[in-house]
Design a protein around this ligand. Structure first.
Ligand code: IPM
Ligand code: MG
Length: 371
């Protein structure tokens, strides 16, 4: 059987601790379930900067390009605040997204029944929540040129970021959102700001055209980004799929995180197009949360977003659907048993460390995978 090559990039801060947990699952599936997984590890972010003077080395970029899937922990931290802008830890992550051409970022937000009380919203608003943010990931203001600070007269400066979208970029992300909608509740809400932005105008026009041409069986709604944010907090369960650009997707996905209880619960998948000859698509999986420097090294980070990112990897890159569902079931079971990392803890629950949470999930996963 063909080997499935995974490239692990733990990165910085809690990225390292949560990747330690994920490694146990990969080893278990490889050594005990006999799956043909192989993995290598590299450095990204501040860790790579400290070693190589750049946020990802050319060699690790090559390894990422050759892998079937990349698993990334998190990047960044105050240690690198003074580093040159182009060499900052985040630049390593953005380069991976851009060079691997991962234009589609899927950020599911599912509220586990055991966690309805961990959300900042009333339980009835989030109970049963199951939505997906489809965020465009290689365009928009993140990558648009010019992106610069120019020096004007009298010591004044001007900062410029450029929000730019081409038709093809909107078409491919919209098609993907509609395709996924067909496997869910067949509903897409497209979010932009056409009332003040030209990119919003084109976004709405192209999404509407893709919808009329191929996806009339899917319900399409449009919302302005400010209204959409309000609706997300007012009545989150109205959404099935939110389709949006790079910047709005960044903001809305952090908001969604709070609906599920904690940023520590949210996984993501970043996907490229299918290669016509190999039939494969490049992919990177990472938690939505960052490197959380204030808790790094304490062994208290929540590993669940990283573990569910592995589940997404099994499902989307390797078609290992049973293993992916078993992993998700294992997480639910551990939460039902009352185990909590500090970010999702509540009264009467048992607070555990990153490692104990990882081991408990692995224990359940063992039972489901052999049973
Ligand atoms: C995310 C993060 C990144 C982003 C940062 C770390 C560059 O916030 O994945 O949501 O802004 O995309
Ligand atoms: Mg973000």
């Amino acid at each position: 059987m063909e080997q499935k090559k995974i490239f692990l990039l733990p990165g910085d801060g809690i990225g390292v601790e949560i990747m330690d947990e994920v490694r146990k699952f990969i080893n278990y599936m490889k050594d005990e379930l006999g799956l043909t997984l192989v993995y290598e590890e590299g450095l990204v972010g501040g860790a790579a900067y400290n070693r190589y003077g750049q946020p990802i080395s050319e060699e690790d970029m090559q390894r990422a390009l050759l892998a079937d899937a990349v698993l990334l922990g998190a990047v960044g931290g105050p240690e690198w605040n003074e580093v040159a802008y182009d060499l900052r830890p985040e630049a390593g992550l953005l380069r991976l997204r851009k060079d691997l051409k991962l234009f589609a970022n899927l950020r599911p937000a599912i509220c586990y029944p055991a966690l309805v009380h961990a959300s900042s919203l009333r339980p009835e608003l989030v109970e049963g929540l199951d939505m997906l943010i489809v965020r465009e990931l290689t365009g928009g203001v993140y990558f648009g040129e010019p992106k610069t600070i120019v020096h004007l007269e009298k010591g004044r400066k001007r900062a410029i970021d450029t929000q730019v979208y081409d038709t093809y970029e909107i078409e491919r992300i919209a098609s993907l959102a509609f395709e996924i909608a067909r496997t869910r509740r067949c509903q897409v809400t497209s979010i932009e700001k056409h009332n003040v932005m030209k990119t919003g105008l084109l976004w709405k026009e192209v999404v509407t055209a893709v919808h009329s041409a191929c996806y009339q069986d899917v319900t399409l709604n449009h919302m302005l980004a400010d209204t959409g944010s309000m609706e997300l907090i007012r009545a989150p369960k109205q959404f099935d799929i939110i389709l949006t650009d790079n910047l709005f997707g960044d903001l809305l996905s952090d908001m969604t995180a709070m609906l599920t209880g904690s940023l520590g619960m949210l996984p993501s998948a970043s996907l490229g197009s299918y290669d016509e000859t190999t039939g494969k698509r490049r992919a990177m999986y990472e938690p939505v949360h960052g490197s959380a420097p204030y808790i790094a090294g304490k062994g208290i980070a929540n590993p669940i977003a990283m573990i569910t990112s592995l589940a997404m990897c099994l499902r989307y890159s390797f078609c290992l659907n049973k293993e992916a569902s078993d992993l998700e079931k294992a997480i639910s079971a551990v939460l039902n048993d009352g185990l909590r990392t500090v970010d999702i803890s509540s009264e009467g629950m048992q607070n555990v460390s990153t490692r104990v949470m990882g081991d408990a999930i692995l224990e359940k996963f063992r039972k489901f995978s052999v049973g």
